[in-house]
Design a protein around this ligand. Structure first.
Ligand SMILES: Nc1ncnc2c1ncn2[C@@H]1O[C@H](COP(=O)(O)OP(=O)(O)OP(=O)(O)O)[C@@H](O)[C@H]1O
Ligand SMILES: [Mg+2]
Length: 393
């Protein structure tokens, strides 16, 4: 194989594409690139076009940057050639994201609007204001209200125009279950686990983490099959707290960025929100409140989500939420741990890596309960307690 792609080379190609895309879309106007926003997924830049603040995003082959840099799509030359074709495809990831942003806006869902798409590059209007993650950190007592506002703000997803678009141009790439299977199935999955953290952890910690993740992955691969997931709805896809912004303050409707709409199980978005809220709690506990304030808020949010469900269904939903939460946590932890040392990581990613041991204890405890068939309500209470212990310093 030719040499692995290097971050600086990929970034230079993306920057060139962003400039050419802007020149196609706005021939008379000047594009000024601002800060690079570190991401393990895409290449994102703040930018100005004329007098407008925007975000420019490029995706390499629709894969995560970490996967591309690890050589999943081949060496540097292969990636460069494949990307030239991918960027021109009407089915590229960001062409679908552009179409989804337009459909969401039409359906009355508040999103950071698409202002242009060309050559595989997506330009969105800049949404200003704190994220759901910022607001929970600042005022943990609002956790339940904020998480509920995120779900309520997406009610429009189930409207017919959105469903029609999703069936024509879904983004299945953000499925937690799909990502988990892609990463961990078979021999390549086992090799991937064995090498977790080689660039990012000391050898002793690394071996401990790889051993626990191996056990947890084996349990989850069994659990995700039984029972099969229920009816599918339209899910937002990547509903993490960083993708929900509150430009008009914490009591007004949120605005969403980075959709990955697809058909999926009804617990998917809530599981993502829970997973990433717990992850933020473990990585950066609120400075002025006990961690239980956030955990109580998460518990109240989930209780409200399940209130309409009758007893056996409610238990199933909770169990699926727990399995999906754990799969998402393993997905993101392993992505951070396999990111090459040259890739700048997003905010809190280093803190997540530093807490890998505590996260492994949490993953092990909760997956053991699920594997033992513990009653879902009891498993859920134990899981929140384990999350609080992982977050305690
Ligand atoms: N339109 C926007 N308005 C405000 N912030 C934005 C916008 N687009 C992107 N950002 C910022 O850039 C970050 C990365 O952008 P985005 O989520 O679209 O890319 P990504 O590659 O999918 O990243 P990630 O894997 O972190 O989700 C966002 O979390 C947000 O902080
Ligand atoms: Mg994103």
């Amino acid at each position: 194989m030719t040499a692995l792609p290097l971050p600086a080379d990929l970034f230079a190609l993306s920057t060139g594409r962003i400039h050419r895309a802007a020149a196609d879309l706005w021939p008379g106007e000047r594009l000024t690139l601002g800060d690079h926003v570190p991401s393990v997924t895409g290449y994102v830049h703040r930018a100005r076009i004329g007098a407008r603040d925007v975000f420019a995003k490029d995706s390499i082959l629709g894969l995560s940057l970490v996967s591309v840099l690890r050589g999943l799509a081949g060496g540097g030359d292969t990636v460069r050639a494949a990307q030239a074709a991918y960027a021109a495809s009407p089915a590229s990831l960001l062409a679908r994201e552009a179409a989804q942003l337009r459909a969401l806006h039409t359906a009355g869902v508040h999103v950071g609007r698409c202002v242009g798409y060309a050559r595989g590059v997506l330009f969105t209007e800049s949404v200003t204001g704190p994220t759901l993650a910022d607001l929970i950190a600042k005022d943990p007592a609002r956790t339940c209200a904020l998480m509920t506002a995120a779900v309520t703000g997406l009610a429009g997803l189930q409207r017919p125009p959105v469903a029609a678009l999703v069936d024509a141009a879904p983004i299945p790439e953000r499925s937690i279950d799909g990502t988990f299977r892609r990463k961990f199935n078979g021999v390549s999955g086992r090799l991937y686990v064995e090498r977790l953290g080689v660039d990012r952890l000391d050898e002793r910690t690394r071996r401990g983490v790889a051993a626990v993740v191996g056990v947890v992955v084996a349990r989850l691969l069994k659990l995700r099959l039984t029972p099969a997931t229920g009816p599918t709805v339209i899910v937002y896809g990547d509903l993490k707290p960083e993708h929900v912004l509150f430009p008009d303050g914490p009591t007004e409707a949120p605005v969403f960025i980075d959709p990955g709409l697809a058909r999926g199980p009804a617990h998917h978005d809530a599981a993502k929100l829970v997973s990433r809220t717990v992850l933020a709690l473990v990585a950066a506990p609120p400075p002025d409140a006990p961690v239980s304030t956030v955990a109580d808020g998460i518990a109240a949010f989930v209780a409200a989500q399940t209130r309409v469900l009758r007893s056996p269904l409610r238990g199933l939903w909770l169990r699926r939420l727990l399995v999906t939460w754990l799969m998402d946590t393993v997905n993101i932890l392993s992505t951070y741990l396999t990111a090459p040392a040259g890739l700048p990581l997003p905010e809190h990613a280093q803190a997540v890596i530093d807490r890998a041991g505590a996260l492994c204890t949490l993953l092990d405890a909760v997956s053991a309960q699920l594997a033992a068939g513990t009653d879902p309500d009891a498993a859920w209470r134990l899981a929140l307690n384990a999350a609080m212990r992982a977050a305690a310093r």
